[in-house]
Design a protein. Structure first.
Length: 113
């Protein structure tokens, strides 16, 4: 798993995620103060996902596993979804990019698929 360590407490962040095969994913992470929640958008090739809420998950993009060759994991040192603007920058929540093999491992070990 590739940990994304550049997330700050800025409410609107853009980054490029580089996959194992050197393809890139345009990724936007943003905080909505009114909802006290983090959300993300991403575009991979011609596939776009908008306004997905960040929740603790071993693969939050599991729904799209047949369409994209990566996963996104949000892991916390507690049991609470990130609801504060500094949830990532404080280290309470971490974001990881999973490669195809790691997505399959999550499927086998957690979802028994």
């Amino acid at each position: 798993m590739q940990e994304i360590t550049t997330i700050t407490s800025h409410p609107n962040q853009r980054m490029q995620l580089v996959l194992d095969n050197n393809e890139t994913v345009d990724f936007r992470l943003y905080y909505c103060a009114r909802m006290q929640a983090w959300y993300y958008d991403f575009t991979y090739k011609n596939f776009t996902v908008n306004c997905s809420k960040v929740v603790l998950s071993p693969n939050s993009v599991r729904t799209f596993k047949r369409l994209i060759p990566f996963g996104l994991a949000f892991i916390s040192n507690g049991d609470t979804d990130p609801f504060e603007i500094d949830s990532f920058s404080s280290g309470q929540v971490n974001m990881y990019v999973l490669n195809t093999a790691e997505v399959q491992q999550v499927e086998e070990e957690i979802y028994y698929q």
